[in-house]
Design a protein around this ligand. Structure first.
Ligand code: FES
Length: 340
């Protein structure tokens, strides 16, 4: 029996590519060697950028590798291609078009234009790409920033959209002793220069989908979601019904409520629910954004959901939306894992 297997990668735009995957090789490595544009970033099973759905065949996780997928997600056919091998010929479906993964990673420099607190533990950082630098991204994708002086990388999804370039806005949660937080609160000043890399990630707006949209955001997970909503506002034509459920732990940690109000005015099809786990005051829902989701929110079987927040919330939202009838292939999620 041959040690090399034929893996078919089917993109959402109908393009299909066949790749020879050798023994001990991961599907991602084989795809990239063959020049197939599969989205990826960490290459170690932790960022979910290379998520695919096994449609046919047997494809186990590489021995010794770990993945952020839950057992039920693996059983349902989800795979992270950077830690997946082929045990025979198999076929994977990718949730994006063949053009989308071909966006090259670039490095850029940017000036700090402003750092403004927007909540008790969140700051808005406004950057402007330096002349000669350019870094575009899809709404929802993330970039990495090298923390000046600490030489470590931190990942953030811009809250702004591509058309605002060369300006990029980030919402950054301040973490005690966090490398970026320490720099932002103790060292950073206007006109400092930071190094960026990107874009990364398969969590981005599928612009062709016109079915109702549900967005679930926890904390600064609001950033990529607002970028998507702003992009929908920018695209011409009829807007889909949209529901945004956004939550933080306490009212002092909430931010961008005026910006949400503004978007409700721009987009009559947008409904918002703002939640806090504790100390709810008037106008706020007590509980997590997931707790607000009801059967009335999913009346169209093609409903699309975008989830961004801490892992527990993502798992709960995925389970709830699946229970309410959203198809797994229409649920797109990005976990925010705090990096100190
Ligand atoms: S590239 Fe990050 S999980 Fe595969």
């Amino acid at each position: 029996m041959s040690d090399t297997h034929t893996v078919t990668l089917r993109f959402a735009d109908g393009v299909s590519r066949e790749v020879a995957v050798g023994a001990g090789q991961t599907v991602l490595d084989a795809a990239l060697e063959a020049g197939v544009p599969v989205l990826h970033q960490c290459r170690s099973g932790s960022c979910s950028s290379c998520l695919a759905h096994l449609a046919d065949g047997e494809a186990p996780i590489r021995p010794g590798a770990s993945s952020t997928l839950m057992p039920h997600e693996l059983a349902g056919g989800q795979r992270l291609l950077c830690v997946t091998q082929a045990r025979g010929d198999c076929t994977f479906d990718l949730g994006y078009g063949s053009e989308e993964g071909s966006q090259p990673e670039v490095e850029a420099h940017a000036f700090v234009n402003a750092i403004e607190p927007v909540a008790s533990n969140v700051v808005k950082v406004s950057l402007e790409l330096a002349e000669g630098s350019w870094l575009s991204f899809r709404p929802g994708q993330f970039v990495q920033i090298e923390v000046p002086g600490a030489e470590v990388l931190r990942s953030y999804s811009p809250v702004s959209i591509e058309s605002a370039l060369p300006n990029i806005e980030l919402l950054i949660r301040l973490l005690p002793q966090g490398a970026m937080s320490t720099w932002l609160t103790c060292g950073a000043k206007v006109d400092d220069v930071v190094k960026l890399k990107g874009p990364y990630g398969a969590f981005f707006l599928r612009e062709k989908k016109r079915a109702p949209h549900i967005f679930v955001a926890g904390g600064t997970g609001l950033a990529p979601v607002l970028s998507m909503i702003d992009r929908i506002h920018q695209i011409g034509g009829r807007k889909p019904p949209m529901l945004l459920a956004f939550g933080c732990a306490t009212p002092d940690q909430l931010f961008y409520l005026d910006e949400l109000e503004l978007r409700r005015q721009w987009l009559p099809t947008l409904q918002t629910r703002v939640c806090v786990d504790r100390e709810a005051t008037e106008g706020l829902v007590s509980g997590s954004p997931v707790s607000t989701l009801t059967a009335e929110d999913v009346t169209d079987p093609e409903t699309v959901a975008y989830l961004c927040g801490p892992p527990g919330m993502m798992d709960a939202a995925t389970a709830r939306l699946t229970e309410l009838g959203v198809k797994p292939e229409n649920i797109f999620a990005e976990q925010f894992v705090a990096s100190h």
